[in-house]
Design a protein around this ligand. Structure first.
Ligand SMILES: C[S@@+](CC[C@H](N)C(=O)[O-])C[C@H]1O[C@@H](n2cnc3c(N)ncnc32)[C@H](O)[C@@H]1O
Length: 258
């Protein structure tokens, strides 16, 4: 089932409405690391899961891949990404990344950011299996998600993190440890080729300026001052990220299909 409208109460759309363009946990820097490790060239057939506002889509398309397809669950978000990116090469499938309907072995590079964390375990499994189906052997799959650290964090702490994040972001948030992210990829036929992490500083001033640029950061702050509901939501999310800063981070993994 596709979603017709964006649920503007979800944390990522609250931030997008304020003008925030970078919605993934490790910011632009980790996205650039992921793309560097994926090395997209003009020979590549690229599939992106959940393009959001199209920030990474533009970067991927700047490498002039042979083809580029985005798979987005939300019809309204898909319309936005089409308007933002405006590139003749971009095709958009409105559908679930777990069942794209695209042909098997049709891609050499697949990636998705800030979209697996929000899925249940069976949905994560189905999306990663779909990436494996779409990729030709030797193809790369990049993910950029929320991680839990250290690997032996207790179930009690994890439950508290999940519950706080779900309340703050108003969607399911089920981060995995690095070992668990690696395991689920390996179990679906991938070998891990690159791992990088960053602190969960999505809403910290230094990261915001690095991600959005100084003037857009100032515009976001002004919009927050004028909109008390959005301000409350952003501060609540930042409070939760800070509260669990010793246990949550941003993880990027690039894995090669066997
Ligand atoms: C937090 S936003 C991240 C967007 C973008 N990747 C980014 O990092 O800026 C999550 C996006 O994932 C999309 N999404 C969630 N589940 C999906 C699924 N199963 N298949 C395709 N898209 C999905 C949502 O509609 C939304 O656009």
């Amino acid at each position: 089932m596709v979603e017709k409208r964006m649920n503007m109460e979800q944390g990522h759309w609250v931030l997008a409405k304020l003008g925030k363009k970078v919605l993934r946990p490790g910011g632009k820097e980790l996205t650039h690391e992921m793309l560097k490790a994926m090395n997209i060239t003009s020979d590549d057939d690229v599939i992106e899961f959940a393009p959001g506002l199209g920030y990474t889509a533009k970067l991927a398309l700047s490498h002039q891949p042979h083809s580029y397809v985005a798979v987005e669950l939300n019809a309204e978000a898909a319309k936005r990404v089409e308007n933002n990116v405006q590139n003749d090469k971009m095709k958009i499938v409105i559908g679930n990344a777990s069942e794209t309907g695209l042909p098997a072995n049709s891609a050499s590079k697949v990636y998705g950011e800030a979209m697996l964390t929000m899925q249940s375990k069976p949905q994560k499994q189905a999306i990663i299996a779909e990436a494996a189906r779409l990729l030709r052997p030797g193809g790369l799959y990049g993910i950029h998600e929320i991680g839990i650290y250290p690997d032996n964090t207790s179930q009690e702490v994890r439950k508290e993190i999940e519950s706080d994040l779900a309340k703050g972001i108003k969607t399911n948030v089920r981060p995995l440890t690095l070992v668990e992210w690696k395991d689920i990829l390996e179990d679906n036929g991938f070998d891990i080729s690159f791992v990088e992490s960053r602190p969960m500083h999505l809403l910290e001033q230094t990261r915001m300026i690095a991600d959005e640029g100084f003037w857009n950061f100032i515009r976001i702050v002004f919009r927050m001052l004028k909109n008390s509901h959005a301000r409350k939501r952003v501060l609540e999310m930042r409070h939760i990220f800070r509260k669990h800063g010793n246990h949550i981070n941003a993880i990027c993994i690039v894995a090669r299909k066997r």
